[in-house]
Design a protein around this ligand. Structure first.
Ligand code: ZN
Length: 187
C-alpha cells in the first residue's frame, strides 16, 4: 500500500473507538507497512490506524529519528491495552499529524505498560517511559477516539478553538497528503 492521506480533526473516524483486529491477513500487513511509510513521509513519530482512515485497533511508533533515541526500534501494536501506569507524571508539548501546526502541553504518566498483539497475534508486553511512553499513550488515545486537544486545560482549549475550526474546514496548508472529506474511510 502507498502513502495514505492523513485524517484531520473533525473527521468522524477520529472520534470512534477503533475496532478490534481478529485476523492479521495481507490487508492488515499492507496497512501496517503503509502506516509506517505515511508516518515517515509526514515526519511523524507515531500514527494510529484511524489517522489513515482504517477502523482498526493498530498503531505504529518510531522515535529513532529523535536525538537520544537512535536505538529505539519501530513498533507496531495490534489491539493495545494499558495494563499499568506510573503515578509519576510529566508535562510535554504534544502535536499531532491530524492537527497540523498546533501544539499544547499535556500531562501524562511518565511510565506505561502495554499489552498488545504482534503481527502473529502473539500477546506481548512492553514497558515504556519518557518519550516512547508519551507517544504510545497519544496513539492509544487515538484508538479510543481521544485527541490531545481534549486533554489540555481550559485556557488552552479556548486558544485552540479557532485553529481547530480552521483545520476542520480544511482552511489550512499541510505539507503531506490529507483526507478530503470528514467521511474518509478505507478499511
Ligand atoms: Zn495524534
Amino acid at each position: 500500500m502507498p502513502i495514505l492521506p492523513i485524517t484531520l480533526c473533525g473527521d468522524k473516524i477520529l472520534r470512534k473507538k477503533a475496532a478490534k483486529v481478529t485476523i492479521v491477513d495481507n490487508e492488515i500487513i499492507g496497512l501496517i507497512s503503509s502506516m509506517f511509510e505515511t508516518m515517515r513521509n509526514a515526519n511523524g513519530i507515531g500514527l494510529a490506524a484511524n489517522q489513515v482512515g482504517a477502523d482498526k485497533k493498530i498503531f505504529v511508533v518510531d522515535i529513532s529519528a529523535v536525538e537520544g533515541n537512535e536505538d529505539s526500534k519501530p513498533l507496531a501494536l495490534i489491539n493495545p491495552k494499558i495494563i499499568a501506569k506510573s503515578e509519576e507524571t510529566t508535562v510535554f508539548e504534544e502535536g499531532c499529524l491530524s492537527i497540523p501546526d498546533q501544539h499544547a502541553d499535556v500531562i501524562r504518566p511518565k511510565k506505561i505498560t502495554f499489552e498488545y498483539q504482534d503481527t502473529d497475534l502473539n500477546t506481548q508486553t512492553l514497558e515504556a517511559d519518557d518519550l516512547l511512553a508519551r507517544v504510545m499513550q497519544h496513539e492509544y488515545d487515538h484508538l479510543m477516539g481521544i485527541l490531545f486537544t481534549d486533554l489540555v486545560d481550559e485556557e488552552e482549549k479556548k486558544r485552540l478553538k479557532k485553529p481547530l475550526s480552521k483545520i476542520k474546514k480544511r482552511k489550512v496548508e499541510v505539507a503531506y497528503p490529507t483526507s478530503t472529506s470528514s467521511d474518509y474511510q478505507i478499511l
